[in-house]
Design a protein around this ligand. Sequence first.
Ligand SMILES: [Zn+2]
Length: 199
Amino acid sequence: MTALAIDDDFRTTFVRDPAALRHYPALVLNADYRPLSYYPLSLWPWQEAVKAAFLDRVQIVATYDECVHSPTTTIRIPSVVVLKDYVKPQKQVAFTRFNLFLRDEFCCQYCGTRGDLTFDHVVPRSKGGVTSWENVVAACASCNLRKGSRSLRQSGMSLRRPPRRPGSEELRNVGRKFPPNYLHDSWADYLYWDAELEA
Ligand SMILES: [Zn+2]
């Protein structure tokens, strides 16, 4: 078994692509049995889940069939773990590129297309527009080009909805519209995807 380094803090940022997590990722649930995050889904590499179990910081609620061995013990690799101490969600959602795209559901806020997105300042920077939740939206390259440095009114374009700062619960619910490609069977009982809105 790999030597386990002991950290004081748990990871609260998660890899977006579960394939990047090597094999046997563990779904991490908060003490209320809800995932810490939907998008990216809160997953730990197995080493981290095993370490947390040894440190008695999590309870293992489901396992893979495969085992890991140390000189003294053998344990099944956890597939779902629950934190023993409840982690409070952050009050304010961080203003990051990813969170902004997530708020806008990865759609151009002018025409609704997905993919190849950039950011648009609704009030252009050249006209004093600031970089904030209220003034930046996801936009496709062609809408961005079309709008240029004109105001919304000058461009004759309209937004699908007025941009604003999302709440953390709200953003978490948006994440439920984007299930990852890989989901282990044992995770299904703890995840509630917003299937209705799936493309
Ligand atoms: Zn567009």
